[in-house]
Ligand binder design. Structure first.
Ligand code: ATP
Ligand code: MG
Length: 235
């Protein structure tokens, strides 16, 4: 699926420039990166280590800004926002799923999932209802009080996904969500992402090294030498 209708792309990057200073030297990662993703797509991003996949996700997440170019998501110019506006935007519009889950070990599954809701004007009861709903959705009903350190990798990633969707964002950004999992758990997590995309309309951008993972996506983009090469379009 590409944006052939007259709807503007949901994610729209034009001429993105990004580099890092290493000692006295500026190393360029992207000199003019373009990317257009329509709302409702599930896009897999592949590419060699060091090609800039995480750099790109961090820019989409508003964690890091580009050095130049235009970065629009949902019509908003993220590149023109200050840091606090970007974090507020992030809290309302996107969920992030990490390779190593990034759960807090001293909090229970439910407390981890509830965290993003603490920024919102919700009652404790409303927070609990929403938390239980998403834990149920990811197949962890009844495990609210369990600590993540006592869970399998696949279960921890389910908690990570529940936390990412508890605020009901339209966009999910996933950086190697199955990179730490065995095949079976990885497939379960991928099926869950597919469900969130197809049944709940989430737009998903997933960085992965796993060709099997890319198969769940509607489109795969290969990042190489600072540019995208389209690999395959699903029918
Ligand atoms: N904060 C930073 N400071 C300096 N250089 C950085 C920084 N972050 C990333 N880089 C460099 O930028 C390049 C791209 O890094 P990035 O992490 O985006 O790659 P990646 O495609 O995600 O790799 P991997 O597949 O290993 O996760 C690498 O050469 C990396 O060393
Ligand atoms: Mg990376």
């Amino acid at each position: 699926m590409t944006d052939t209708n007259d709807q503007p792309p949901y994610i729209d990057l034009k001429g993105i420039r990004k580099g890092y200073r290493i000692g006295a030297e500026m190393v360029s990662i992207f000199s003019s990166l373009d990317l257009a993703i329509a709302g409702g797509e599930f896009v897999a991003i592949m590419g060699p280590s060091g090609s800039g996949k995480s750099t790109l996700l961090n820019m989409l997440a508003g964690i890091d800004g580009p050095d130049g170019g235009q970065l629009r998501i949902g019509g908003k110019r993220l590149d023109q926002m200050g840091e606090s506006a970007r974090s507020a935007w992030r809290a309302h519009n996107m969920g992030i799923v990490f390779q190593f889950y990034n759960l807090l070990p001293m909090l229970t599954a439910a407390e981890n999932v509830e965290l993003p809701l603490l920024l919102k004007p919700l009652s404790a009861r409303e927070r609990r209802i929403r938390t239980e709903k998403v834990l149920d959705l990811v197949g962890l009903a009844g495990r609210e009080k369990q600590y993540p350190t006592l869970m399998s990798g696949g279960q921890q990633q389910r908690v990570g996904i529940a936390r990412a969707i508890v605020s009901d964002p339209g966009l999910l950004l996933c950086d190697e969500p199955t990179g730490d999992l065995d095949r079976k758990s990885a497939d379960e997590i991928l099926a869950m992402l597919g469900f969130l995309n197809k049944e709940m309309g989430k737009t998903i951008v997933m960085v992965t090294h796993d060709p099997q993972a890319a198969r769940h996506a509607s489109r795969t983009l290969h990042l190489d030498k600072g540019e995208f090469v389209e690999e395959r379009s699903a029918a």
